[in-house]
Design a protein around this ligand. Structure first.
Ligand code: NOJ
Ligand code: CA
Length: 710
């Protein structure tokens, strides 16, 4: 057969799209491997509902779906099923950078076309996509006669659980995802008790609801995680908790300016409501379902951004060695006004050059400089934060051109910083000029920030208005060939597939809390929970790599609650195409030489061909292996919670017949996150695919292994 024709035919076979449309409309759809089954139903009053089974076990019991609008009757009951379509998709796509090179996208799709039986006869379509590792469903709200747009007052999507599961949750906060995760049974979830957190300046928890992703384990050992995919022109979804009935219901983030939840033009497709279902905790991490529920790359070539590690004038402000502003008055740990002149400015020409020298000498590609631009003296302690920054004017002690020239000479790329002080209207006016300024200076990525209550009042970080702002930033930046690392962002919902210039984001309690939080910082188990919750949604700019764990010189009452080896492991455990080595250059030096453990940070990859979770249990430990793109080298990272434990690592993921030179960075026998966090050992050995080794992790500990091909 002619190659082209055979390629054409096999493509058709690969994309087997079977459209069946029988008289008896189908209402059940299974995953390709048959383990998950979703059934759609109409109640006696014609209200849509669904159930989910996993291997004969009911996971989601009858759960109803409806919408309430302003001045338009609810879409709720009185429906009949007009028809349904079934489709099978099996295709794949390449990630420009990511946890793996290629992603398989395989699912069965059932579309249900409903119509009201009454006079209004409005339509509603519900689409289910069922994968081997979970499902997503969304609503398609077609045009209504005489109604061009609706104000959604409530989306009532239920998730009716079948038991009092163990849940890792954080409160449904409309403004921030920077809460610690709590572990309780479902019946004990109490988000209200988490109100008024002392370390959060913008937080709003209106009711007993949780943020997503929220992850659970059933009595039968099954893992469930609830989230959403492709959050576009709509509000973020929190999940309202009914402790007694084990029911969750969508509660969209609202807007007081709007007087509702989201205003949408019809026809409109909602984001996907998603449920990951896995028998092993590690498979939650490997799943690519959320990405598959997003649209393909819409911005084309993104080679202007290269995955990289970076250092920054950053941690020194968080631990209080220096300040963002030139007068030396801003301290992240206190937010207290009037500490004039007590400290020195971090972003000086000289200091930036010092970091550049360090980066160039130690294999680090990027440098972030915060506090380079004027405005920091007013950014936080004022109600009028609109326009305090312009992203063009450096402080007088920061010679922007000189720093840029020096960085270029040393081969270091400078990352821009735009702290918007949560004034997005101003930022939208500034973007054009600010991005042109970046490009004129060969800057390809920017860390954005939205600290504080959103201006104008009545809007929240996670509402529709901000969802649209974050997307505007991504599209505007893409047009200028700029990548975005957003802090205080909207949660990731897989849109990095559509906009790969969304390289990373914060959206969790990051490393900075260890520097200044008044509640003891992040506990040792923090990232063993994050890996199965926040990380399921996408890349995290956690900023690992603290070596000076206690930093007593600056903050005797704070410390990082992990060992040094745990910090190294995070470069593998946490996925991001941009990874900071966040500690001060002087903390990476030991008796005038580079710290031996820094070699791991210099070596570790940031872009991967493959990822395998080797061993994992939520809130206990996680061990991940990743294969670096382009080199064939592998890196392994393992972290433990507050308990010490021994794990055995099998290397059967390596290529058969090859020998790898392994360097193992692990906790010393007497290491402990509290009493002896910096005690580590380095061991070298040859490893092949038949090797197996036991490694002990200290309390709050971890290990990291580089496996270089011989
Ligand atoms: C909060 C961000 O998370 C942090 O990384 C940054 O340094 C400060 N805001 C200032 O923008
Ligand atoms: Ca634990």
């Amino acid at each position: 057969m002619n190659r082209k024709i055979s390629l054409f035919l096999s493509t058709i076979i690969l994309l087997t799209v079977l459209i069946s449309c029988s008289k008896q409309a189908e209402t059940t759809v299974s995953s390709p491997d048959g383990t998950i089954e979703v059934s759609f139903n109409l109640s006696a009053t014609g209200q849509p509902s669904y159930t989910v089974m996993h291997k004969q076990e009911m996971i989601i019991d009858t759960s109803y779906m409806s919408f309430d609008f302003k001045d338009v009757p609810s879409l709720k009951d009185g429906f009949e099923l007009v028809s349904s379509d079934m489709k099978t998709i099996d295709t794949s796509w390449d990630m420009p950078w990511g946890e793996q090179a290629t992603v398989q996208n395989k699912y069965n799709e059932l579309t249900l076309r409903l119509k009201e039986t009454g006079q209004s006869a409005r339509s509603l379509n519900i689409v289910f996509r069922v994968f081997d590792d979970g499902l997503g469903f969304r609503y398609e709200i077609p045009a209504m006669e005489g109604v061009s747009e609706v104000l959604v007052m409530d989306e009532n999507t239920q998730f009716n659980l079948t038991g009092d599961h163990r849940v890792w949750w954080q409160p449904g906060d409309w403004d921030i995802y920077e809460h610690l995760y709590n572990e309780t049974n479902f019946s004990e979830i109490d988000a209200i008790a988490k109100r008024d957190h002392p370390n959060l300046i913008a937080t709003y928890i209106p009711e007993n609801a949780v943020n997503t992703p929220v992850t659970m384990k059933t009595d039968n050992g099954l893992y469930l995680s609830f989230h959403e995919a492709d959050l576009t022109n709509y509000s973020g979804m929190t999940l309202k908790v009914n402790n007694d009935t084990f029911e969750m219901e969508s509660e969209l983030v609202g807007s007081e300016r709007l007087g509702g939840k989201a205003k949408v033009e019809l026809p409109f497709n909602t984001p996907w409501r998603t449920i990951q279902i896995e028998e092993n905790a590690g498979d939650l991490i490997e799943s690519k379902m959320l990405l598959n529920l997003n649209e393909p790359n819409a911005i084309g070539d993104v080679s202007y951004f290269t995955p990289m590690k970076y250092v920054g004038i950053w941690w020194e402000m968080h631990i209080g060695k220096s300040t963002w502003d030139m007068e030396g008055s801003q301290d992240m740990s206190t937010y207290i006004e009037g500490q004039q002149g007590s400290k020195t400015h971090g972003a000086t020409t000289e200091n930036a050059k010092r970091y550049i020298d360090f980066a160039a000498a130690n294999g680090i590609k990027g440098l972030l400089v915060e506090g380079w631009n004027t405005g920091w003296d007013q950014w936080i302690n004022t109600d009028d934060r609109e326009g305090v920054f312009d992203f063009m004017t450096p402080y007088p002690d920061y010679d922007f051109d000189e720093v840029m020239a020096y960085a270029k000479e040393k081969g270091v790329e400078v990352i821009m910083h735009h702290e918007t002080s949560a004034a997005p209207r101003t930022y939208e006016k500034q973007m054009e000029e600010a991005y042109n300024f970046m490009k004129a200076n060969n800057m390809n990525s920017v860390k954005t920030g939205y600290v504080g209550k959103i201006i104008p009042e009545g809007e929240y970080h996670h509402g529709q208005w901000m969802v649209n702002h974050y997307e505007k930033v991504l599209t505007k930046a893409a047009a200028k060939k700029i990548a975005i690392n957003a802090h205080e962002p909207i949660k990731a919902t897989g849109k990095r597939r559509t906009y790969p210039n969304a390289i990373a984001r914060e959206g969790l309690r990051g490393q900075e809390f260890n520097a200044w939080a008044t509640d003891g910082g992040n506990p040792p188990e923090h990232l063993s929970i994050v890996a199965f919750t926040r990380m399921l949604s996408g890349p995290i700019d956690f900023t690992p790599g603290v070596f000076n764990i206690k930093f007593d010189e600056f903050k005797p009452d704070n410390q990082v609650n992990t060992t040094l080896a745990h910090q190294l492991a995070l470069y593998v455990v946490i996925y991001s195409p941009i990874q900071m080595a966040c500690d001060l250059p002087e903390h990476y030096m030991l008796e005038g030489e580079i710290h031996p453990a820094f070699q791991f940070i210099a070596d570790v990859g940031v872009d991967w061909d493959a990822t395998e979770v080797l061993d994992a249990e939520v809130a206990d430990h996680v061990v991940i292996a990743r294969k670096e793109k382009g080199t064939g080298n592998w890196f392994v990272g393992g972290i433990s919670d507050e308990n010490s434990r021994t794990v055995s690592v099998k290397f059967d993921f390596l290529e058969e017949g090859k020998t790898y030179i392994a360097t193992i960075y692990k906790d010393a026998a007497d290491a402990h996150y509290e009493t002896n966090p910096e005690a580590y050992e380095i061991e070298n050995m040859d490893i092949t695919y038949t090797s197996e080794i036991e490694i002990n992790m200290a309390a709050g500990g971890g290990f990291a292994i580089s496996l270089m091909q011989k």
